[in-house]
Design a protein around this ligand. Sequence first.
Ligand code: HEC
Length: 143
Amino acid sequence: MKPRLIWHTTKRIMIGLCCMFFLGCSENGSNAQSSPASSPTILASTEKPLPAELKEGETKFNTFCSQCHGPQGQGTNQGPPLVHKIYEPNHHADMAFQRAVAQGVRAHHWKFGNMPKIEGMVPEDVSQVIAYIRWLQRQAGIF
Ligand code: HEC
């Protein structure tokens, strides 16, 4: 290979690597493993009033979940925000919410410790809570 050609190829590889680096970083924005509680919370917009059909989900969320996951799912020092990119439907589908409530969660994304299983809820209650959380996530522009 001529020196010019080698330089050309090297340049292309370097540009390629840069692109991969940037894409890699922005891809899922939140490798929560390496950035636990300190990652900034995305604030849900409070401008839009909560649709009436989600009120019950909100009440159940406030009864069973907000103690750790915070008002409007913004997180507390006991648990992570659920209005967060890693909990969007593609990463944590509705089943993950049902499972979390039914079986608890072993700490793996954050450093808050385990989530205990939540007594006193049937799957329909959890579905209402999920609908409420999905609405909050949409308001925050997460998906
Ligand atoms: C006693 C505190 C506490 C309560 C109450 C609680 N959670 Fe959690 N939850 C946590 C913690 C801590 C985690 C993070 C575990 C980890 O490190 O990934 C978590 C994680 C989750 C996850 C992610 C599961 C996964 O697969 O990664 C979901 C979904 C969830 N909680 C939903 C809920 C819902 C819905 C309620 C209410 C019905 C609720 N939680 C009540 C503490 C709590």
